[in-house]
Design a protein around this ligand. Structure first.
Ligand SMILES: Nc1ncnc2c1ncn2[C@@H]1O[C@H](COP(=O)(O)OP(=O)(O)OP(=O)(O)O)[C@@H](O)[C@H]1O
Ligand SMILES: [Mg+2]
Length: 275
């Protein structure tokens, strides 16, 4: 069965309800599809990603988010991850004290269901402290082979997550996380920002390697550039808390050429008339 994420007339607020940011978002993303989401700064794109993943600072006030017909609104972020949702953050946070390998082993174990199993000691040696994580050797082999495949230097496994990573390194590591977690639907929030030309290629190649019938992607971006490498099936324009225009890849070229003023003229005015 093809999985689908359905966002239905979603309204959400931030800042303890003080500010309405999402004002009726409708969007369906199926496995195998690449959707690009473009829109001016502050229009609510990252808020939409955070609402989908269940970030506690964002309150859904009406509408729904369904994965394969089931509402995920009441679920914790880790449950959403288990169902196959993944978010690559616009600004990944550093986690001092937690190595990338340990972080990923925990995340992968959660998503693959190891954390539901009874604790077993590594190698079944008496007296060893038990764990219910993916077995170390198996995890390590998979991690190292994916690090090689996605061009992340092996030394990063031991480094604290995102601490001191350059902008480009953070983005590569996020692709690696995606490769390890194998989500059904991935939201990539400005994965291309701050990348030099070679890094953009590496990251785009990574996205293309992962893309396919098993993965639906929502690619949030400001630039047509990445869409030269990652071909979108759909392009949506986000403005003032909702999607106002949808089209094919040509829409991204139009935005690049014309900017957002015409969107503001068309949809900003309508809002004023309504108000
Ligand atoms: N935690 C928060 N507290 C207060 N305001 C917030 C919070 N998160 C988002 N906002 C506000 O919500 C609005 C939408 O922000 P959001 O980050 O979703 O925009 P965006 O479309 O991702 O912008 P950009 O293209 O610059 O990344 C902004 O006005 C922002 O200041
Ligand atoms: Mg943003």
């Amino acid at each position: 069965m093809t999985s689908e994420l359905v966002i239905k007339d979603l309204h959400a607020t931030v800042d303890d309800g003080a500010k309405a940011v999402l004002k009726g978002v409708n969007l369906t993303i199926r496995q195998g599809e690449v959707h690009a989401l473009m829109g001016p700064n502050g229009s609510g794109k990252s808020t939409l990603s955070n609402a989908i993943m269940g970030h506690p600072h964002y309150q859904v006030t009406s509408g729904d988010i369904l994965l394969d017909g089931e509402s995920i609104l009441e679920m914790e972020p880790n449950e959403r991850a288990r169902l196959g949702l993944f978010l690559a953050f616009q600004y990944p946070v550093a986690v001092p004290g937690v190595s990338m390998a340990n972080f990923l082993r925990t995340a992968v174990s959660n998503v693959r269901g190891y954390t539901d199993q009874p604790m077993v000691s590594d190698n079944n040696r008496p007296g060893m402290v038990g764990s219910n994580l993916m077995p170390m050797r198996e995890f390590r082999n998979e991690l190292l082979s994916k690090m090689d495949e996605f061009h992340v230097d092996r030394s990063f496994a031991k480094r604290y997550l995102n601490e001191g990573f350059s902008g480009g390194e953070k983005k590569r590591v996020e692709i690696l996380q995606m490769a390890m977690l194998q989500p059904k639907i991935a939201i990539m929030d400005e994965t291309d920002s701050g990348l030099d030309i070679d890094a953009l290629r590496v990251v785009s190649d990574g996205v293309n390697k992962l893309a396919g019938p098993g993965l639906g992607i929502l690619l949030i971006t400001h630039y047509q550039r990445i869409l030269n490498y990652v071909q979108p099936d759909f392009v949506h324009v986000f403005f003032d808390g909702r999607i106002v225009i949808s089209g094919g890849a040509e829409l991204a070229h139009e935005l690049e050429a014309k900017g957002y003023q015409w969107v503001k003229d068309e949809f900003g005015e309508a809002e004023l008339v309504k108000a």
